[in-house]
Ligand binder design. Sequence first.
Ligand SMILES: [Fe+2]
Length: 199
Amino acid sequence: MSTFDPKNPGIEIAVRLRLACEAHDTSISSHLDRVSRYACEIGRLMGLDKTRIQELHYATPLHDLGKIGLPQELLSKPGRLTREEMEVIKSHSMIGFRMLDGSPWPIIQCAARIALAHHECWDGSGYPHGLVGENIPLDARIVAVADVYDALLSQRAYKPAWEEDLVIAEMRRMRETKFDPAILDLFLNHLPAMAVAAG
Ligand SMILES: [Fe+2]
């Protein structure tokens, strides 16, 4: 029997799209859980209401949905990528946005904002649009911090897992270039709570 809420179809859509992400990359599930939990914990610390936290919970795992449109061989290629390959990888923001844009359901609208803007940078050096500061949607700024933290701590095809001290130093280095400094400070000041949230 389905446990989906008929009054909130965005939940079912988000859960099924997440399953598509996990079918494309069978190693991604625990990363999606942790990034979602970090994002919700940041949201709670910022005082977002329960509806917004629920949106973050279901929408955050779709931040890389667009990667299902890219070849898995490229995504898991070890070592450095060529400039052309990097441009293909970067296209996942726009591919995911196109899959999610135009929905009437707030969870999917939230997912569209995150998919499009989670690689934007506070100083305007990100992609795809080079948005600056608070022009980057809040939910995407939150997910950027959560996603980079977990990605640096984790092993990837192109990098080993980093020690936490090194991860924190690297994120501090990017405090006013990549990240919203207020969100980064909040996150780094509550790492024990984040560890509990991640389970
Ligand atoms: Fe991404």
